[in-house]
Design a protein around this ligand. Structure first.
Ligand SMILES: Cc1cc2nc3c(=O)[nH]c(=O)nc-3n(C[C@H](O)[C@H](O)[C@H](O)COP(=O)(O)OP(=O)(O)OC[C@H]3O[C@@H](n4cnc5c(N)ncnc54)[C@H](O)[C@@H]3O)c2cc1C
Length: 432
């Protein structure tokens, strides 16, 4: 019996266009490539494989966009944790520059796909502002902006007053604006990818949790909870922060904390104009970063840390509601309409990992908080690799599966890290 696939009760679930039909797999089938996981990574892989004429079947435990891809902040931010100079130091000048070009282009891919496939996705491309919360971080964002400017990006360093004017809040000492960034309705985007993949010829199955993955000749047999199977040449696995025990030790390579978001009810025009008037999306330089934006209907969203466990009550979001009114006192008393959360896959080195523990079993895991662009771009690269076998199609090297030491203690570990970062990040000021 297929599982029902309820979505988390988020703002996005309440406002997205309806999902495409993705009936559970109910009989055995065959495909050149079977994709496991219907988030941005899996959907983009399926779309790009189908575009190449490859027969692809995607199996998703719930419905496309059920995981992080339908729950996130919808901020489309190019780049990763590492700046171009850090990438060239780590990978050498040539490979490092190639990686910088790859991560720098991830937002372009999202907005291009939305336009090219005519997706019904509320979106805005007014840039991403990163606020700096300490003097040291001012130096970091200045260097970051200069590095991207040297690569042709019209990056702008913002002083304290400019950030305050752009955000409508004096919480930061300065910052920078990356014009490549923007915002999307994230679940609408996941559904848009699903629709485009189907149109291109991919077979998408929701309610189809994969429970076994077995070698069969040169390929694999992928078995779902309802017993139906896919006989396939290759497998691309992209199960993100919801990775289970399908591949031994894979789950132990990540920590998957919950990230929490609150959203107000739609604001009246005057209040809405006082907050992020230019429509940018924004996050900051804290280790436990805060991320916030307005949606397409003038709600304000504030996202950040929360308990590792699944939330039990509205009080699990109370810290974000306090932050919201410290940033924007005019929101005191504004009703909070939605509270939700989702799991983010963090790797030890904060890079996405690609594994191929046996030939043809390709795994992509580890998104950090940049998955909207990054995992869409990873999907395109994984499709190219699965179709051609050319390793040069992959932006990151294929690495062995290496569990984190003491992974069994990761909940304690995350709680300790959160406590430490809360102390070192410093608090949020009451508004001046
Ligand atoms: C609250 C929150 C806020 C975030 N904010 C941002 C943001 O503003 N900007 C940004 O760029 N990124 C953000 N992120 C990160 C971004 O959402 C993720 O990086 C991205 O969605 C990951 O995509 P994915 O395809 O790797 O995984 P997911 O979207 O998590 O998809 C994995 C899918 O695999 C399925 N699955 C798991 N196991 C199985 C199985 N055995 N069989 C079949 N299916 C299976 C799950 O049901 C799930 O749907 C945020 C994440 C969260 C949770």
């Amino acid at each position: 019996m297929a599982e029902p696939f309820p979505l988390a009760p988020s703002l996005w679930a309440a406002t997205a266009p309806p999902p495409v039909e993705t009936p559970p797999l109910d009989r055995d089938t065959e495909a050149d490539v079977c994709v496991i996981g219907g988030g941005y990574a899996g959907l983009s892989t399926a779309l790009h494989l189908a575009g190449r004429g490859v027969a692809v079947a995607l199996l998703e435990a719930h419905e496309p966009g059920w995981g992080g891809s339908g729950r996130n902040g919808g901020q489309v931010i190019p780049g990763i944790k590492y700046d171009p100079s850090e990438l060239t130091a780590k990978y050498g000048p040539e490979a490092g520059e190639a990686l910088a070009a790859f991560v720098g282009g991830t937002a372009d891919i999202v907005f291009d796909l939305i336009a090219r496939h005519g997706m019904d996705v509320p979106h805005v491309r007014a840039g991403w502002i990163q606020g700096a919360h300490t003097d040291e971080m001012i130096r970091t964002v200045k260097r970051r902006a200069a590095e991207w400017a040297a690569r042709g990006v019209a990056a702008e360093v913002l002083d304290r007053d400019q950030v305050a004017a752009a955000l409508g809040s004096r919480q930061y000492l300065g910052g920078w604006l990356d014009p490549r960034g923007g915002g999307v309705q994230p679940l609408a985007y996941a559904r848009g990818l699903a629709r485009a993949a189907q149109k291109a010829g991919a077979a998408l199955h929701g309610g189809s949790r994969v429970t076994a993955l077995d070698r069969s000749g040169n390929g694999f047999v992928v078995t779902t909870a309802q017993g139906a199977r896919v006989k396939t040449g290759k497998v691309v696995m992209a199960t993100g922060g919801y990775t289970g025990d399908l591949v031994p030790k894979l789950r132990q390579t990540i920590i998957a904390p919950n990230s929490f978001i609150v959203a107000t009810a739609p604001l009246g025009d005057n209040v809405a104009k006082s907050i992020l008037p230019g429509g940018q999306v924004t996050s900051d330089t804290r280790q436990l970063l805060l991320y916030f934006r307005k949606d397409h209907q003038n709600r304000v969203l504030m996202g950040g840390r929360g308990p590792f466990r699944e939330p039990g009550a509205a009080s699990d979001w109370a810290h974000l509601e306090r932050v919201l009114t410290k940033f924007y006192p005019q929101l005191a008393g504004a009703p909070i309409e939605h509270r939700w959360c989702g799991r983010v896959a963090l790797t030890r080195d904060f890079l996405p990992h690609i594994h191929e523990p046996e030939a043809g079993l390709i795994i992509d895991i580890g998104c950090m908080g940049r998955g909207v662009g990054l995992q869409t771009a990873m999907g395109r690269a994984l499709a190219a690799y699965a179709a051609t076998g050319e390793r040069s199609e992959l932006p990151f090297p294929i690495t062995p599966i290496e569990p984190l030491p003491f992974h069994a203690l990761h909940k304690l570990y995350v709680s300790a890290i959160i406590a430490w970062y809360r102390m070192t990040d410093g608090g949020v000021k009451a508004a001046a």
